[in-house]
Design a protein around this ligand. Structure first.
Ligand SMILES: C[S@@+](CC[C@H](N)C(=O)[O-])C[C@H]1O[C@@H](n2cnc3c(N)ncnc32)[C@H](O)[C@@H]1O
Length: 266
């Protein structure tokens, strides 16, 4: 496994999202409404990806607000910088080291109105590292929020269909190059970790936020590309259908997806 192969993994993740921006609109709408961005807010978004959340947040907070988005993947950072310049948005895009993937230092402490993250918290640990990375991340989220500031996280919870699906693709041929070597919090563990980081009013809800497609072919391509699969498209799609469920709803198709949405206060 090389750094180049990991870069391709995230390049394809971004490609799937950029080509089909509406596929994940259910989860996008959910997290966007919980963040509830307002003019002039300062927000730290963790896990830039293709700028999926950071760009609309920047539009919403306007020129007097600020979005800082961070990622450990240089390609994601480059793409977000390019898009934010093109759209003339007020975003600081910061590349962090995988060894220290946090905004650290006095200048970031007590700075943000909201810290938010979508589909990224589980990446702070690999199977075998326990929950050390996620707990450390939560401490930095707390430290960098203003008093009264809010934490809003959307990610996968243990026991959901999304977790079972990820477990089933933990193999390089289904998610290249590493498989999907991540554990997910159970609800009680998550609440405890967030409270231990200092947060109050911790609320967690699981939401069914299926991915939407206009055709079977579109769903098949998306699932193969987003996880950088090396098997045949038919194979990755049949695993997805088995664990997530796939159905026609009105004029579109839905692939099942479940995320927890957590809100908490400093
Ligand atoms: C599944 S993507 C989610 C991206 C975006 N938030 C979205 O919803 O489309 C996970 C992101 O976490 C980043 N990442 C990977 N390892 C990480 C780590 N150790 N610490 C922080 N972020 C990491 C990846 O580069 C990737 O952009």
């Amino acid at each position: 496994m090389t750094t180049k192969e990991i870069k391709v993994r995230w390049k394809n993740y971004r490609k799937a999202n950029s080509e089909k921006p509406h596929a994940r609109e259910n989860e996008f709408k959910k997290i966007f409404s919980l963040v509830a961005p307002e003019r002039c807010m300062k927000i730290w978004e963790v896990g830039t990806g293709n700028g999926y959340l950071a760009l609309p947040l920047a539009k919403a907070v306007g020129k007097n607000g600020e979005i800082i988005t961070t990622d450990v993947d240089a390609g994601s950072i480059k793409e977000a910088i390019k898009k934010s310049k093109r759209k003339n948005l007020n975003i600081k895009v910061i590349l962090l080291s995988p060894k220290k993937p946090f905004l650290s230092g006095k200048k970031y402490e007590n700075l943000f109105d909201v810290v938010t993250s979508l589909a990224t918290l589980h990446h702070f640990d690999r199977r075998g590292t326990g929950d050390h990375g996620r707990k450390k991340a939560l401490k930095y989220f707390y430290r960098n929020l203003k008093k009264g500031g809010r934490l809003v996280i959307g990610d996968v919870l243990h026991g959901t269909i999304s977790q079972k699906y990820f477990h089933s693709i933990d193999d390089p041929k289904h998610c290249f190059p590493l498989g999907h070597p991540h554990n997910f919090f159970k609800k009680k563990e998550l609440v405890k970790a967030v409270k231990n980081a200092g947060f109050e009013n911790v609320k967690v809800k699981i939401a069914y936020v299926p991915w939407r497609f206009s055709s079977v072919k579109e769903a098949k391509n998306f699932i193969h590309t987003i996880h950088n699969a090396r098997c045949a498209k038919e194979e990755s799609f049949s695993i997805a259908k088995k664990y997530l469920g796939f159905k026609k709803v009105g004029s579109h198709y839905e692939l099942g997806w479940e995320l927890f949405f957590l809100t908490a206060k400093k």
